[in-house]
Design a protein around this ligand. Structure first.
Ligand SMILES: Cc1cc2nc3c(=O)[nH]c(=O)nc-3n(C[C@H](O)[C@H](O)[C@H](O)COP(=O)(O)O)c2cc1C
Length: 300
């Protein structure tokens, strides 16, 4: 379909699956809410995507605070009064992490409501489809990324070996100083991170988008050398791991628990050092195209 035809039929000539935006955390317009048996709980700050196959999210609650311990739940992404996405989930596992319980839910079904069904169908079918994903997984991605997902850079170094790569299946849970990550089980540095129990999560305040994607490529074989990095590096205070100079802050994390969920390994860590380098930080986020066209963020 040529550009003009696309524009006429769909309203967009060049839709991108996951536009990148750069915002402060208080500029995010969406919230994630858990609905169950007439009760509602805001889980925006205490949930994370942790696995792709099967698609799972983790929800964390301080002990004694979980309002829900139910087998079947629904979560909704809302922008103001508008429900933009709904997901149905089933409880799969529960992990204790000190003062917090981590509930793992598998996603059974997802729907998005930003555009008409017909427009969503054609966009998904012809422009936003990813070959590696089933139709159901495509819908789940659209629903999960209706809430913008923050990108951080994970850094690891030991005895001359080092690697840095982007992650957005992650969440820092401020209430219990806990950090949760979903890292693909094939990641070349996973074993080393688990063995040492150390990583540094670096913010993407002033990161160029192309540098983030550069760090996400060709790592299976040989991570690029420090000299090849297209940005300056500084050292983290505690672990002395490399931190990109574009980061306005970083968190040094001690992994305290891990579990293979499916395609990904869930890692639960405690933050042992929180460093703010510059105030008022922004971050790079990815958001699904459906939400992007309606929410009014500016694409990078
Ligand atoms: C924006 C962005 C976000 C990413 N988020 C994750 C993530 O949350 N989990 C993950 O396992 N890989 C994620 N990746 C891929 C990893 O950064 C990395 O490239 C991948 O694990 C490849 O490592 P490997 O080649 O050593 O297996 C992301 C990549 C990009 C570009």
């Amino acid at each position: 379909m040529n550009k003009l035809l696309r524009k006429i039929l769909l309203g967009y000539s060049n839709p991108q699956k996951y536009p990148a935006i750069r915002v402060k955390s208080n500029e995010i317009k969406e919230r994630v809410l858990l609905y169950s048996e007439g009760k509602i709980s805001d889980i925006t700050a205490n949930h994370s995507i942790v696995c792709e196959k099967p698609f799972c999210i983790a929800i964390f609650f301080l002990d004694g605070q979980q309002a829900f311990n139910l087998n079947k739940i629904e979560i909704r992404v809302e922008r103001g009064a508008k429900v933009v996405a709904k997901l149905k989930l089933t409880l799969k596992d529960q992990i204790d992490a000190g003062g917090t319980s981590v509930f793992i839910y598998e996603i059974d079904e997802a729907k998005t409501f930003q555009l008409s069904n017909v427009r969503q169908y054609f966009l998904m079918r012809y422009f936003l489809r990813e070959k590696k994903l089933t139709e159901k997984e495509g819908k789940i991605y659209a629903a999960l990324y209706s809430y913008p997902r923050e990108v951080v850079i994970i850094s690891y170094e030991e005895d001359g070996y080092y690697n840095m790569f982007p992650m957005d299946f992650r969440r820092y849970y401020e209430l219990d100083n806990l950090y949760v990550f979903g890292l693909r089980s094939t990641n070349i540095t996973l074993g080393k991170i688990l063995e040492s129990g150390k990583l540094v999560a670096c913010n993407t305040d002033a990161a160029k988008l192309e540098d983030i994607y550069y760090l996400g490529r060709h790592h299976s074989t040989m991570p690029p050398q420090k000299n090849d990095m297209p940005f300056e590096l500084v050292k983290s205070e505690l672990y002395a791991f490399p931190v990109p100079a574009f980061s306005a802050s970083y968190k040094e994390v001690k992994i305290i628990n891990s579990k293979k969920i499916g395609s990904h390994v869930l890692m639960i860590g405690k933050v042992v050092n929180k460093k703010e380098i510059r105030p008022d930080e922004c971050s790079v986020y990815h958001i699904h195209f459906f939400e992007y066209v309606k929410a009014g963020y500016r694409q990078l």
